[in-house]
Design a protein around this ligand. Sequence first.
Ligand SMILES: NC(=O)c1ccc[n+]([C@@H]2O[C@H](COP(=O)([O-])OP(=O)(O)OC[C@H]3O[C@@H](n4cnc5c(N)ncnc54)[C@H](OP(=O)(O)O)[C@@H]3O)[C@@H](O)[C@H]2O)c1
Length: 244
Amino acid sequence: MTILVVGASGATGIRLVEELLNRGQNVKAIVRSPEKLPDTIKNHERLSVIAASVLELSDKELEQHVAGCDAVASCLGHNLTFKGLFGKPRRLVTDATRRLCNAIKASNPKAAIKYVLMNTVANCNRDLNESIPFAQKFLIGLLRILLPPQADNEQAAEYLRTVVGQNNTAIEWAAVRPSSLIDEESASEIEVYPSPSRSILKDGEISRINVGHFMADLITNDDIWNQWKGQMPVIYNKGTALKL
Ligand SMILES: NC(=O)c1ccc[n+]([C@@H]2O[C@H](COP(=O)([O-])OP(=O)(O)OC[C@H]3O[C@@H](n4cnc5c(N)ncnc54)[C@H](OP(=O)(O)O)[C@@H]3O)[C@@H](O)[C@H]2O)c1
């Protein structure tokens, strides 16, 4: 397979790219700063690096980059600086998702292309009747007003859910909702649920390497894809997901 990854230079994106390469896949990575990629993958023969800021590419360029890809994965996220959180682009993840999906459609793929979005457990799947404690609803409402990245993550998943939808011939999608991100050196067992298993106020956790591996599972394993496509799986490191 060939997979286009955006946000590949991020803490999770690097883990995803590493894992896809370990699984023998070809990876194209759009990154603003190629030097951020670790030496272990930077010169890998199956990695091609496109040095660009994804939203600065033209529609035609995006179409050329997605052409021939079997999947597109986004690990984009706003940098945790004042400029990253409150400056432009305010809709980094949503605009990248929308423009990449448009590029996929324009490339007229013979079979549906997988779009795997790294999203957040602080978002709901509005297709499901998710039970959210009042305190969490209040907190998320506040985050939505105060922190642009919250609204961005919500709108990106809403784009997939409502615009791409469930019966699109060009694109199938999954929006992965990690719980609190932590860093661990090696992958471990995870628990996956269709909806959060506990309040984010008593959040479980997931390592970035496990997020990368689960996104790689979705892309490379058809059984796992068929189980979660069109959904927003919530993932926890094993043992950290308690029932609400
Ligand atoms: N923190 C949590 O507990 C948590 C939990 C669940 C979900 N999430 C979500 O997961 C996302 C990814 O997490 P992470 O820790 O892997 O993020 P990260 O290390 O900050 O990576 C973010 C990626 O987005 C890219 N990026 C940022 N601004 C950009 C811009 N304006 N144009 C193009 N690319 C841009 C970065 O590129 P550069 O390297 O060039 O900056 C980097 O590749 C978070 O941002 C959040 O939305 C977080």
